[in-house]
Ligand binder design. Structure first.
Ligand SMILES: C[S@@+](CC[C@H](N)C(=O)[O-])C[C@H]1O[C@@H](n2cnc3c(N)ncnc32)[C@H](O)[C@@H]1O
Length: 169
C-alpha cells in the first residue's frame, strides 16, 4: 500500500474486495483516518468479508464496478488487487472508476504474483477465470491512457505486478 501512495484521510475504493483480504493493509495505511468502500459483484464474497468485523470506516457495497453509481469524485484512490483480468469490459470499468475518483486520484492495479504466474493459473483453470489475462506493460499503459489516466507506470516483475496511474488534476 506504500507503493500506491495511500495516506491517512483518504477515501479508498477497494474494487472487487472478495473476502476483504487487503482491507487490513488499507486500514494500516489509513492509520485511523479515512474510509474504505469495498465493492464486489458477489454476495457470497461480501458475506465472508463482512463477517470479519472490520471497523465502521469500512463499508461494503454489492455492485459491479462497471456501472457502480457512486457520485463523481467520491474517492481519492481505487485499489484493484487481483481483479483486473476478471472484468468483462475493462475499458468501461476503468472509465467508471475514473469518474468516481477525485482529480489527482490514484489508480492502483496490483497482483501479489507476477503477470506470467497469474496468466498461467488462469489458463490452466477451468470455469469462469479461464482466459482472463493480465496485459503486458505496453498494453496496460495504452489502456490506461485510452481511459484518460495519466502518469501511468507498470512494474511487471516475476513476483509482483503493479500498475499505477492518476486521474488528471
Ligand atoms: C480473485 S478475487 C480478488 C479479491 C481481492 N481483491 C483479493 O485481493 O483477495 C476477484 C474478485 O473480484 C470480483 N469482481 C470481478 N469482477 C467484478 C466487477 N466487475 N465488479 C466488482 N467486483 C468484481 C469477484 O467477485 C472476486 O471477488
Amino acid at each position: 500500500m506504500r507503493e500506491a501512495g495511500i495516506a491517512p484521510g483518504m477515501r479508498v475504493l477497494d474494487v472487487g474486495t472478495g473476502t476483504g483480504v487487503i482491507i487490513p493493509h488499507l486500514l494500516r495505511a489509513l492509520q485511523g483516518r479515512g474510509s474504505v468502500t469495498a465493492v464486489d459483484i458477489s454476495p457470497g464474497m461480501l458475506e465472508v468479508a463482512r463477517a470479519k468485523g472490520f471497523p465502521d470506516c469500512v463499508r461494503f457495497v454489492l455492485a459491479d464496478v462497471t456501472d457502480a453509481a457512486f457520485p463523481d469524485a467520491s474517492f481519492d484512490c481505487a485499489v484493484l488487487n487481483a481483479v483486473f483480468p476478471h472484468f468483462e469490459d475493462p475499458v468501461r470499468a476503468l472509465r467508471n472508476i475514473r469518474r468516481m475518483l477525485a482529480a489527482g486520484g490514484i489508480l492502483c492495479i496490483s497482483h501479489p504474483v507476477g503477470r506470467e504466474a497469474v496468466n498461467r493459473v488462469h489458463r490452466e483453470a477451468s470455469g469462469v477465470v479461464n482466459g482472463d489475462v493480465v496485459p503486458g506493460s505496453e498494453e496496460m499503459s495504452a489502456v490506461l491512457s485510452a481511459c484518460d489516466f495519466v502518469a501511468a507506470s507498470v512494474i511487471d516483475e516475476p513476483e509482483f505486478y503493479l500498475a499505477l496511474a492518476r486521474k488528471p488534476s
